[in-house]
Design a protein around this ligand. Structure first.
Ligand SMILES: Cc1cc2nc3c(=O)[nH]c(=O)nc-3n(C[C@H](O)[C@H](O)[C@H](O)COP(=O)(O)O)c2cc1C
Length: 179
């Protein structure tokens, strides 16, 4: 798939068929996410692929009170829990912040990795949706995520069972100023 076409045609998919996603497919998607740019190449993103139905159900039931997300997680064959290692992205070696934006760069990096990941899924013919509404403490508890990591996003992946329409985008004129 051509790169720009892939970026423009990717949609958030919230309905999935029962078809499984193989571990090889998951591996290939994460392999692409590794190549996203990150703060000083700090590469703090980590991925937990939850494929065990019982565990996935537990994350859905306990990890979010938002019903839409609960249903998505249950329906998707794979839930990628994206975590990031704290206190590296945007930090100096002595532990001080590198910029006035504090912890901001950790999330920025996670977003770049997340975009690469969902584009790789799209290229593989899979649908995905990034979810930000979850109870971080509960997700950490259910999955036993080690101390020193934050949950940056939940990303459901599976074979699409819907053709989603693109929500309206702002025009270039509305978002670009050239000075
Ligand atoms: C950081 C972030 C958080 C999001 N959280 C949710 C969510 O909790 N639940 C959901 O259904 N969609 C969620 N979305 C998907 C957006 O609603 C979606 O990307 C947006 O409407 C544009 O649609 P598109 O992805 O099809 O282009 C999230 C997307 C991003 C980038």
């Amino acid at each position: 798939m051509e790169l720009i076409e892939g970026i423009k045609s990717r949609r958030s998919i919230r309905k999935f068929t029962d078809e499984k996603v193989t571990e090889e497919e998951i591996r290939r998607i994460v392999d692409t996410a590794r190549f996203a740019p990150t703060w000083k190449n700090s590469q703090t993103a980590r991925y937990i692929a939850v494929i065990d139905p019982a565990l996935k159900e537990k994350v859905a039931d306990e990890g979010t009170s938002f019903e839409q997300n609960r249903n998505i997680i249950k329906a998707a064959p794979v839930l990628i829990v994206q975590t990031t290692v704290d206190k590296r992205s945007g930090y100096e070696r002595d532990g001080s912040f590198s910029t006035s934006k504090g912890t901001h760069w950790q999330s920025y990096d996670a977003g770049l990795c997340g975009e690469a990941l969902v584009l790789a899924a799209h290229e593989a013919g899979l649908g995905s949706v990034i979810m930000g509404i979850y109870d971080e403490a509960k997700v950490i508890e259910v999955l036993g995520i080690p101390e020193g990591q934050s949950v940056s996003a939940l990303i459901a992946i599976g074979h699409p069972a819907e053709e989603a329409q693109a929500p309206k985008r702002k025009e270039v004129e509305d978002i670009l100023s050239v000075r």
